[in-house]
Design a protein around this ligand. Structure first.
Ligand code: UDP
Ligand code: MG
Length: 326
């Protein structure tokens, strides 16, 4: 069997502080795997610049002149981690046998890349990197993640716990992924839907070695919300069930109130009226909001806008001119 061509896809947004280190370390890994004849010498590092405002793209351009592994794609504007990642892996699909996605900050242990390849050689199409510990994350991030996974699980979304977007996908899995045309991209939810033989390898997640997280609370919440509402209509069903329970409860209350009335007791009434108005008002607003959320999603989907726009594509250019071939 000839060795597979591997492309490591790295989305980056304002990552100038970590670029050189990341490129250096990943290049060493690639060179080592090539020497071990585990991967093909044409394997590549594909950095996707997600509309960075700093020197990220310049660095990619410069280093790619001296580092034959390195290539890049520049997106026309910032489209977010998930879409940037998608841009990278779908671009890599044509020229690679398998693709590994990893963040630019080297929080994920790159020693595991070798295990990914070994699993791929065993015939797995999808290999998930799963964190064994999360001590390097803040307490808030850890607890919110636990609740997020629990909620998704309850809502019937099949998702691998403690797995971020560090994974290997075979060409077959990538071809299948390219058929998913949704605009609200949530790869952690889509990948398990692809099917195929999959497995996981565990690793310890480290702290970001430079720069800040590009996922502030606002982005994290919107990511969690997208994850839930893009993959499940269970919340809508819950609202319906809550609505039905409240309706039944109000029937009981009605009978009680009528009984009081006919037995001649005078009830002050005020408290119950105010409480029910607030309760029902709250539930109704919540339901309308949630329905709005789904309608909003449909609105975004039906527009069928491009999910990303590539401004400069060093990758295809290099491949076409074969200047990197060995
Ligand atoms: N990222 C991106 N576009 C964005 C935000 C982030 O491409 O709009 C990249 C970022 O450069 C990094 C990865 O996505 O490589 C994950 O981001 P980060 O490390 O900030 O997230 P965290 O590890 O804190 O969840
Ligand atoms: Mg990170």
């Amino acid at each position: 069997m000839t060795e597979p061509i591997l492309t490591i896809v790295v989305p980056c947004y304002n990552e100038e502080k970590v670029m050189k280190e990341t490129i250096g370390q990943l290049s060493v890994v690639l060179a080592k795997l090539i020497r071990e004849e585990l991967i093909h010498a044409r394997s590549k590092l594909l950095f996707v610049d997600d509309g960075s405002k700093d020197a990220t793209w310049n660095l990619i351009g410069e280093v790619s002149k001296i580092n034959p592994f390195l290539t890049g794609i520049k997106l026309a504007r910032n489209v977010g981690h998930q879409r940037a990642l998608l841009a990278g892996i779908l671009s890599a699909r044509e020229y690679s046998d398998c693709v590994i996605s990893i963040d630019a900050d080297l929080q994920d242990d790159i020693a595991v890349i070798r295990d990914f390849i070994l699993k791929y050689q065993e015939g797995y199409d999808i290999v998930y990197g799963v964190r064994s510990k999360r001590d390097t994350d803040t307490f808030f991030k850890r607890t919110s993640a636990v609740w997020f996974y629990r909620f998704l699980h309850k809502a019937g979304v099949n998702i691998v716990h403690n797995h971020a977007d560090y994974r290997l996908l075979s060409k077959r899995a990538l071809d299948e992924l390219s058929l998913y045309e949704e605009r609200n991209v949530f790869l952690r939810g889509i990948i398990p839907l692809l099917g195929f033989r999959s497995t996981f390898v565990t690793y310890e997640r480290k702290a970001r070695f430079a720069g800040e997280s590009k996922y502030p609370l606002k982005k994290m919440l919107s990511f969690a919300f997208d994850g839930i509402t893009s993959f499940s209509i269970t919340p809508i069903r819950w609202i319906t069930i809550i609505g039905m329970c409240v309706f039944l409860l109000s029937l009981v209350c009605g009978v009680y109130a009528l009984g009081q009335r006919f037995l001649g007791f005078t009830t002050p009434g005020w408290t119950s009226i105010v409480i029910s108005i607030w309760l029902l008002g709250g539930i109704q607003l919540m339901s309308i909001g949630l329905i709005g959320e789904y309608i909003g999603k449909m609105y975004v989907e039906v527009k069928q806008r491009p999910r990303y726009t590539i401004e400069t594509d060093l990758y295809s250019r290099q491949i076409q001119t074969q200047e990197w071939s060995v």
